[in-house]
Design a protein. Structure first.
Length: 174
């Protein structure tokens, strides 16, 4: 009798947890769209980028911590594998208007990343993203909903490993 009750309680607990997780996924907060300008002069809308995940990296071109973070992310086996498989897009955005500074430091953004800046400073002026410091990382799903906000590189890697576990990605740290 107690064993059957235990199974029923365990099953109910599992059903509640699964429902709560599904509800949380269904109600993820939508990220704000914005337009940024590329080196070619082309303007792109963040929502126009199509992949199963999008990593937004807001940065300052003169920031050494920003350069180091992008270099670390570029060396990540998880990010390399997912971006190579076109499952993940990487968008680096300088949220200010100094095109000269941005262009002079564009070599710090890894090849394969989309690199843009905001010549009208709308991201900041319209308070589209909440970043107190740069760099700031946001991970979005394919529907442009937040998976992680103002995250660390380690948190990004762990979330990507979890989301794309079918790739069986092993990190060099493991």
């Amino acid at each position: 009798m107690y064993v059957k009750c235990g199974y029923v309680i365990l099953w109910l607990w599992f059903a509640v947890v699964c429902h709560a997780q599904q509800s949380a996924r269904d109600t993820l907060e939508q990220a704000n769209d914005f337009i940024c300008t590329l080196a070619s002069g082309e303007e792109i809308r963040m929502y126009s980028l199509r992949a199963e995940a999008l990593l937004l990296c807001f940065y300052d071109p003169s920031c050494e911590d920003c350069h180091a973070l992008m270099k670390r992310l570029d060396a990540s086996p998880v990010i390399e594998r997912l971006s190579g498989a076109k499952k993940l897009l990487l968008l680096a955005v300088y949220p200010e208007e100094d095109a000269t500074l941005w262009m002079a430091n564009s070599s710090h953004v890894p090849a394969g990343w989309i690199n843009g800046y905001d010549p009208e400073v709308k991201i900041i002026l319209d308070n589209l993203y909440d970043f107190a410091r740069l760099p700031a990382l946001y991970l979005l799903d394919g529907e442009k909903r937040f998976l992680l906000k103002d995250a660390t590189a380690d948190e990004i890697e762990e979330e990507l490993k979890f989301r794309f576990r079918q790739f069986k990605i092993q990190d060099s740290k493991n």
